[in-house]
Every structure is written in C-alpha cells, then in structure tokens.
Design a protein around this ligand. Sequence first.
Ligand code: NBP
Length: 484
Amino acid sequence: MSALGDIAVVGLAVMGQNLILNMNDHGFKVVAFNRTVSKVDDFLEGPAKGTNVIGVRSIEEMVKALKKPRRVMLMVKAGGVVDEFIDAIAPHLEKGDIIIDGGNSNYDDSIRRTKSLAEKGLLFIGTGVSGGEEGARRGPSIMPGGDPRAWPHVKEIFQAIAAKAPDGLPCCDWVGEDGAGHYVKMTHNGIEYGDMQLICEAYQLMKEGLGMSADEMSAVFANWDEGDLDSYLIEITSEILGFKDDDGKALVEKILDTAGQKGTGKWTGISSLNLGVPVTLIGEAVFARCLSSIKDERVQASKILTGPKGKFSGDKKAFVQDIEQALLASKIVSYAQGFMLLREAAKEYKWNLNYGGIATMWRGGCIIRSVFLGKIKEAFDRNPGLSSLMVDPYFSGVLNKCQAAWRRVIATAVELGVPVPALTTALCFFDGYRSETLPHNLLQAQRDYFGAHSYERIDKPRGEFFHTNWTGRGGKVASSTYTV
Ligand code: NBP
C-alpha cells in the first residue's frame, strides 16, 4: 500500500469520524484533520487505533500526505465554516485537485462554490450524506453533485462506502451539476420531515383518539413495518414506543413536545414557494414543528379554547387499519410532491436529474429508506417522463383503494379535535390534483375586479387576456400580466 493517503477528511465530529472508519474498512487510506488538533490525537488513540488512518495537524501536512489528484472532504458545520476551510485549503492545492463538502450545505452555496473553484482550476463536489452516525459508519446514502469532472475520481470510494440497496446497487450515484447533490439531499430531508409528521399524527390519533397505550401502539407500528409501510422510520417508531424509562414507563411520554429543526425542511419549503410547486405536505410538517415549539402559548390557549367532548365510539381495530391506509396514501402524495419539486428545480437550474436513480439512492442508508422507494424506482423505470407519481398505474391504484379509509380518518380526527395537518393537506392535494375545475375562475374575477389583473376565458384561446369594468366606475386599462 502507498504511504500516501487516498482522501483527507476534515472534521472529526460524529459524521467525519464514522465516515473515516467506514473508508478505512473498505481499504482506503484516510488522512484525518480537525480544527481543534487535539481531537486528531483523541481519534487516533481512540476509535481509529489500529487502523491505517493518518493523523495530521496542519493543512500543509494534510496536503503533503495525499496522492494526486488530491481529494479533501469537509465534514464540518455547514455555512461560513465551509468557505473558511475552502479559502484556507485552496491555495495549497494544484489544478485538478478536488474539494468535497459532505455537510448539509445549502444548494445555492454549492452552485457558487462549484463556479468559484472551477475558476481556480479546482473541482468541487457538494454531496448530501444521509443516515446519521450509524449510516456514516456502516453505509450512508450519498448524493454527490458539483463539477462532473470530479466524479470519476471519487466514485470508487463513495460507492464502496455507501449503503447497498436490497438488490446490491450502491445508494450513491452522480446526481448532477453544481448544487444538484445538495438540492436532492435537501428534498430528501424535506420528505423526511413529512414522513415523521405523518407518523406523529398517526400516533396522536391512536393515543388521544383511541386511548391506546405506548405498548399497543408499538405493536401496531411493528405490524405496519411488515407491510406496505415497511421503512426505517416506522421501525424506529415501534422501538421508541416500546422503550421504557428507569421506572418502567414509556420514555416517549416524558419527552417535551417541542420539535427542533436545523433548516433543511424550511429550505425545501422556501424553494417550493420560489419555484411555484405546491409542496404542501412538507410545508405543513415544518409549520407543525413551529406550532409545537410555542409550548407556553399553547399551554395558555388550552385553558381558554375548548374542543369537542365526544369520544371515539367505532371499531378501534378497523380504525387502526384505516390509519395505516391514510398514512400510505398521504405518503404517496408527499413523495409525488417531492419529485414534482425536483422536476421543476431541474428545469430551473438545468440539471439532468435521473429520478429513478434518486429513488435508488434513497432505498438504503438514509433516514427515509423504505420498501416504498423500490416502487417509486419501478414507476420511473416504467415511465422516466412520469408527470406525477400519483398517475402511475401502481400508485393511482393504491390511492383509489385507500381513499375511503383516508377520508374516514380525517373526518374522525376533525370530529375528535385531533390535529392532523399533514394527513389533511395530502387529501386536499389529492382532491385538488384530480379536479378538472377549481374555483380559481372566481379568484381571477376578484383579481380583475380590484386590480384590473385580467383573466383568460374558457371560450377563447389560452394566452388571450380580458379585463372587465365590473363596477362601471373603472377604466379599460388592464394591469400587466406576469407571474412572480
Ligand atoms: P458538526 O456539524 O457538529 O460540526 C463539527 C465540526 O465542525 C468539527 O470538526 C468542528 O471543529 C468544526 N467547526 C465548527 Br462546529 N465550527 C467551526 C469553525 N468556526 N471553524 C472551523 N471548524 C469548525 O458535526 P457533524 O454532526 O459531524 O456534521 C458534519 C456535517 O454533516 C454538518 O454539515 C452536518 O449538518 C452534516 N450532517 C450531520 C448529520 C448528523 O446526523 N450529525 C447527518 C448528515 C449530515 P472543532 O472540533 O474544532 O470544533
């Protein structure tokens, strides 16, 4: 083995350390560096003891320890820290060397970094890495984008350390140019917010609506994990509900109900608003976390505002089966919205995204991994130009089959006063998407009434705009027509 390292990893927190150990297991020689250099020694004497990892204490030393083209992967806090490291490392590199940012960076930053490093002759990769600590150590889902010339130089390492889907394919492939990798990772995280919120709503319905115990719910989730909902998040939910605190009671019930967030769900919402894509479920999931975080206000309001007094009186077992179907149908809507967003972003940023490939990358290693993603891959294999997952023959069949149960769940939740914003917005989206007509003829009339914004008519060709003087007091001049 050459004395020089195959790749350097900067950042020895949980992700960096575990990725290094994963690379080492796969026969790569890794150079490890960290801003606080004492952590390099701690790592070498601790988790990396007995491995081939080379510890270095300066950027100069790191660069000298690498084979050419040099590959330097940053696993540091996203934001300005990444730019600081790039500025510090770039002057020590040569043309054709590669800088990889594996943190949760914003795709706009990755677009900028790809361009500015290319101007210096350096190749940049911005890659999403999903799967948390366990994924980083045993096989994450890796979503690289950036300068395509860099991909052949990192492909072998990334695909070796990535998780493998059930059919053996690595959960890592080239996503696209500049910010595409981080955009896909952002969308993955947004979908993760949606999946988690849907599961939480199912839990609250069973707990508050049906009065089920944590153990009973744990068994329900374990059962769902055997069927169409088979996924990592359903599996861990079952385990969490079954986990006992020292006093033998369910730990989950002792956890304060205020959710944190680090921004990727919010970025997905912002991007969907900017691109005009109705990603309603992720939006609701982000807002639901915001609502959860105003705990003090909710405690006050709970003393003033009342809800329905009625109790569930139907067949509990049948209702639990209804919830399972409502969850599945809402999940289809959420993923359909996520892929709609990717399609619009691909147009906007001129990325050639492979949607089936993205579903494959998410099938293993990452937090949203599921059997369901295999079905999405099959849908895009059947039709790579699919306009929406909801109209794929398999998924439309499931939606049509589930919808009666889905409507019963939401109607019951509304009657019982249990908030289910994600389940509800999914059904509203389904009903809106399948409607040939929506009430926005009236909305266009309102806009024309107060702002002379003009409208198109159903009895005239598209693109021909009309303005009416609705009150007799307005003039004939219409406002300009444009979309923001
Ligand atoms: P952190 O996000 O906690 O970052 C820790 C690293 O950033 C350390 O090496 C630390 O150096 C360095 N750092 C910080 Br913090 N501030 C710095 C500064 N001002 N200048 C230079 N270095 C600085 O680590 P992580 O949880 O391993 O995550 C790494 C990246 O991967 C992040 O972008 C994160 O969002 C992403 N990610 C995390 C997970 C997860 O489950 N944790 C999953 C997927 C992606 P120091 O030791 O000297 O303080």
